[in-house]
Design a protein around this ligand. Structure first.
Ligand code: FAD
Length: 307
């Protein structure tokens, strides 16, 4: 903790953070990874990964477990703590304030990823765990034999819909656009399933029920009409948002909240690097997160060695 100065402190134990830890440890640096929620990051929510090179398929949990084991085997320390604020002192030491005290480090790698986007309904919170979920891997089993809606048409939504269709009686995919935006292969799989239907050009206007969710009110943006959809559950997969507030003192945030840095993962603050989904970039995938993790770690090691 505060009297020990780590060479490198990494915020976040997703694919970016754990890859950075592996590279930094192999370069002989002392490393600590701080994680506020789930070791492994958001990929633990993925039922099946089919696009990570070298693996035909694996579950997100299996991937996360192996990555965590690999980082620990290399000697990375891993603590459960939420980073609340970071400042740099006049000697360049970074002071990382967490909900369990202060940590000090020479170089900081921000690999804080992103969090699921919510529907934005006034009563959304009331139905979380009572019909509204953001994770089919976590909650899908509760809806076996039932009718659920999946909100979204990108890769995450389509993956969740495939998984749910294998156990639910009916899956209705609700997309705000006139087409799906996820991979063709996933879309074709869904088109071939008898218990999956699609509602396009529609957004969720309201969630209704008496304690438990009973129906969604969907607004068709093309026709200007609202119609009810009776469902037992809804899985929201409409994208991700960064949570970079704790780093605003040491990293420049773009208007959308992502951290600005070049492909070299360096921020404008000496000794502060950013990796993975929390960085301003075009492709957010495991491959790009692990790539960033390696680049940020090598850059951080070089920065320490030359300062
Ligand atoms: C359902 C789903 C399916 C997906 N499927 C695929 C797929 O098939 N293939 C693919 O390539 N990608 C997939 N992705 C995307 C992939 O998971 C992400 O691109 C990848 O996890 C990004 O890694 P990361 O390390 O940058 O961030 P994350 O995985 O988001 O990890 C960041 C970690 O930082 C932690 N954290 C955040 N703030 C703090 C703080 N203040 N203090 C401490 N800890 C903090 C978070 O709790 C989190 O654990 C999927 C994503 C989802 C949600």
């Amino acid at each position: 903790m505060a009297d020990n100065i780590y060479d490198i402190l990494i915020v976040g134990s997703g694919p970016a953070g754990l890859t950075a830890a592996i590279y930094a440890r192999r370069a002989g640096k002392s490393v600590i990874v701080l994680e506020k929620e789930v070791f492994g990051g958001q990929i633990t929510h993925s039922p099946k990964i089919e696009n990570y090179p070298g693996y035909l398929e694996m579950s997100g949990n299996d991937f996360a477990e192996k990555l965590l084991e690999q980082a620990q085997n290399q000697g990375a320390e891993i603590d459960l703590a939420e980073v609340l604020d970071v400042t740099a002192d006049s000697e360049g030491i970074k002071h990382v304030m967490t909900d369990s005290g202060e940590y000090l480090c020479k170089a900081l790698i921000i690999a804080a990823g992103s969090k699921h986007r919510e529907l934005g309904l006034p009563n959304e919170e009331d139905f979380v765990g009572r019909g509204i979920s953001y994770c089919a891997v976590c909650d899908g089993a509760f809806y076996a034999g039932k009718h659920v809606a999946v909100i979204g048409g990108g890769n995450s939504a389509l993956q969740e819909a495939v998984m749910l269709a294998e156990r639910c009686s009916q899956v209705t995919v609700v997309q705000n656009l006139p087409f799906l935006t996820g991979e063709e292969q996933l879309a074709n799989k869904l088109f071939s399933m008898d218990n999956v239907d699609f509602i396009y050009n529609s957004v969720v206007e309201a969630a209704e029920g008496d304690g438990e969710l009973k129906r969604l009110i969907l607004h068709n943006t093309e026709k200007g009409q609202s119609v009810p959809l009776e469902v037992d559950g809804v899985f929201v997969a409409i994208g991700q948002l960064p949570e970079n507030g704790p780093f605003r003192n040491v990293a420049k945030l773009a208007v959308n909240g992502y951290i600005e840095a070049g492909e070299d993962c360096m921020t404008g603050t000496p000794g502060v690097f950013v990796a993975g989904d929390c960085r301003q970039k075009n492709v957010r995938q495991i491959t790009t997160a692990t790539g960033d993790g390696a680049i940020a770690a090598v850059a951080a090691c070089r920065w320490i060695d030359s300062n």
